[in-house]
Design a protein around this ligand. Structure first.
Ligand SMILES: [Zn+2]
Length: 459
């Protein structure tokens, strides 16, 4: 890659960006919320709109496809657009999703969530970052490389835009298996994560996995008078509290035996910024030990996310006979979810206080992601990021989960997976006032165009 090519590409990205921003704004105006309670015609409309953008961009083979969900109902429409590889060249799969999270209470937004609004260098709107910016990043890279004429595109390209990522990708695995031949690629770029901060790009090299489930604790056959029996029998809520308290040690680290911890990350969060972002109240100490980024990316985290107890309004002077708690356990990269689930079950059995009946009912399981050490595709991506930003990228983890990445790795074990992103710490994906930084989006477009060029030159 010569400096000339980089400068020429950068000039083209800059020149083409106003049209790309207009395309992003048009997509944000489509309220493509995939959650079941919302009108799914908008998801169909965003599939149609993105398909048209890809057709106009010169991809000759554009289809809107779906696969069945596990319950047999059809999955949301996905868009698959292809341009075959030149003879002997590799193929790159470019992933993003065209559905969005529900907007939440409009009163918490400063602007209309579905009316894109530019304020300074940021464009606000639901999906402006997550993940309609990912769609236009792919589109912009293809345009910068000369599509629709296509003269400069050195690789085969398959654009895959999912329509139900924000609803947990229920048909994703079936989709991959049904359209395996259509989607097969040498390199997969998942543009649905984040950069480190404005001005500093990042490759996402780890994601936590997830296990959840319920503890059902039973102490009495039925509720009894707290005066007649209290003192010799503890209520189910107290006993559940004692059990739940054993999940963490005094420092706040997860204390379940046998769980994996991954190595410490290379970058760390600023504690003051973390406190502000998390809205932690004054005087509350942080939980856990080690670096802040390590606690968020490299260690397990356990939260009680629900509990069935008598409400305060309905409370009476009785000893509660049973209590159910829902537990969510984030898994460190490298952790097998089934082993974590077994460790949780063993912990509950071992620590159930006073011999109460405490049963663990397993729920969802999602695998974590840990990028292989240092692949040729990762080196190409790092070089492309460095040229685009003028700053080398850092490796970041994400404390949340993208379980479909594990599916991609399983269905395409030979593909190199790169998790890139358009977000930055102010993007507020899923929250009110979601936005994308337009200068960063230009860098993302340029970096992806450079990456495709480098992959075309051979890994
Ligand atoms: Zn997303």
């Amino acid at each position: 890659m010569t400096t000339d090519t980089t400068a020429a590409l950068r000039a083209r990205v800059t020149e083409q960006f106003p049209a790309l921003q207009a395309d992003l704004e048009a997509l944000v105006r489509i309220p493509s919320v995939s959650a079941a309670a919302f009108d799914q015609q908008h998801v169909a409309a965003s599939a149609a709109a993105t398909a048209q953008l890809l057709r106009d961009a010169g991809l000759p083979d554009v289809q809107i496809l779906s696969a069945p969900r596990p319950d047999g109902t059809p999955g949301a429409p996905a868009v698959v657009a292809r341009r075959p590889a030149p003879e002997g060249a590799p193929t790159v799969l470019l992933y993003a999703h065209h559905d969005v999270q529900p907007p939440g209470d409009p009163a918490t937004w400063d602007t209309d969530p579905f009316e894109p609004t530019q304020v300074g260098e940021r464009l606000f709107g639901r999906g402006a970052a997550d993940d309609k910016a990912g769609i236009v990043a792919h589109l912009g890279a293809l345009r910068a490389l000369g599509l629709p004429d296509g003269a400069d595109l050195p690789v085969g390209v398959t654009v895959f835009l999912e329509g139900e990522e924000e609803s947990g990708s229920p048909s994703f695995r079936a989709f991959l298996e049904t359209y395996r031949d259509l989607l097969a690629a040498d390199v997969i770029v998942v543009a649905d994560s984040t950069n480190w901060k404005v001005g500093v790009p990042a490759l996402t090299t780890s994601l936590r996995g997830l296990v959840d489930g319920e503890i059902e604790l039973r102490v009495l056959d039925h509720a009894v008078h707290s005066g007649m029996f209290g003192g010799a029998v503890l209520d189910a809520v107290t006993l559940m509290s004692r059990l739940v308290a054993t999940f963490h040690d005094d420092a706040g680290d997860v204390a379940i035996e046998g769980l994996v911890t991954a190595p410490e990350p290379e970058v760390d969060y600023d504690e003051a910024a973390f406190r502000a972002d998390s809205s932690l109240l004054d005087g509350v100490a942080l939980a856990g030990t080690g670096t802040l980024s390590g606690r968020l990316w490299s260690k397990p985290a356990l939260s009680v996310i629900g509990m069935d107890v008598t409400s305060v309004a309905e409370a009476s002077n009785t000893i509660a006979p049973r209590c159910t708690a829902k537990i969510s356990l984030r898994l460190a990269p490298g952790q097998d979810p089934a082993a974590a689930d077994a460790a949780l079950a063993a912990h509950v059995a071992k620590h159930a206080p006073f011999g109460v009946q405490a049963a663990w009912r397993s729920g969802e399981q999602g695998k974590p992601f840990l990028a292989p050490g240092d692949t040729a595709a990762m080196r190409a991506a790092r070089a492309a990021f460095t040229e685009a930003w003028g700053t080398a990228p850092v490796d970041v983890g994400v404390g949340g989960s993208i379980p479909f990445i594990a599916d991609l790795l399983e269905v395409f074990p030979d593909a190199a997976i790169l998790v890139t992103g358009v977000e930055d710490p102010d993007s507020r994906a899923h929250g009110a006032n979601e936005s994308v930084h337009l200068g960063e989006l230009q860098n993302v477009v340029l970096a992806e165009a450079l990456l495709l060029t480098k992959v075309g030159e051979g890994l």
